[in-house]
Design a protein around this ligand. Structure first.
Ligand code: RP5
Length: 164
């Protein structure tokens, strides 16, 4: 069983990160989601990653805010791809989380996506694009999704466009 593992640093990250889970569900991609923190529950985080890999986790999505070390801690524990989602909030409204997530040392990558809901959704898409390298059905679904997006741009424009 292959699946995407989503780890969120706090219950307060759930509303945003449920968008990641919903996007995976829309494409029929299995996922797990747990709360575990790099700071508040480091042992739980490490134990979960080891057990998730044994069960078939192919990609990890890690979301945290403020001094966001969760994605980096996940990357330290696995060689599977890690996608980091910085959460908005706190005194710096996510700038701290974005820099903490993206600025990994050489050789320890975290593919960092945008802050907030756009990042949550893009984490799901990026995870699926990686899985689609070896899954033709999923690749076809992603291509169909691109076509629908392109058609929506055209129909939205038709409603309001002004052309000479
Ligand atoms: C981070 O601190 C969490 O990922 C969350 O985004 C932020 C605030 O956590 P709570 O105080 O709301 O639990 O570790």
């Amino acid at each position: 069983m292959k699946f995407v593992s989503i780890i969120i640093g706090s219950k307060s990250d759930y509303e945003v990160m449920s968008e990641c889970a919903k996007t995976l569900e829309k494409f029929g991609v299995l996922h797990e989601l747990i709360i575990s923190s790099a700071h508040r529950s480091p042992e739980r985080t490490k134990d979960y990653i080891v057990s998730a890999e044994k069960k078939g986790a192919k990609i990890f999505v890690a979301a945290a805010g403020m001094a966001a070390h969760l994605a980096g801690a996940v990357a330290a524990t696995t060689t599977k791809p890690v996608i980091g989602v910085p959460m908005k909030g706190g005194a710096m409204d996510g700038m701290d989380a974005m820099l903490s997530t993206v600025q990994m040392p050489s050789g320890m990558p975290v593919a960092t996506v945008a802050l907030g809901k756009a990042g949550a959704v893009n984490a799901a898409y990026l995870a699926m694009q990686i899985l689609a390298l070896e899954d033709k059905d999923l690749e076809a679904k992603l291509l169909e999704d691109r076509i629908l997006k392109s058609k929506k741009v055209e129909s939205d424009s038709k409603d309001i466009e002004v052309l000479l």
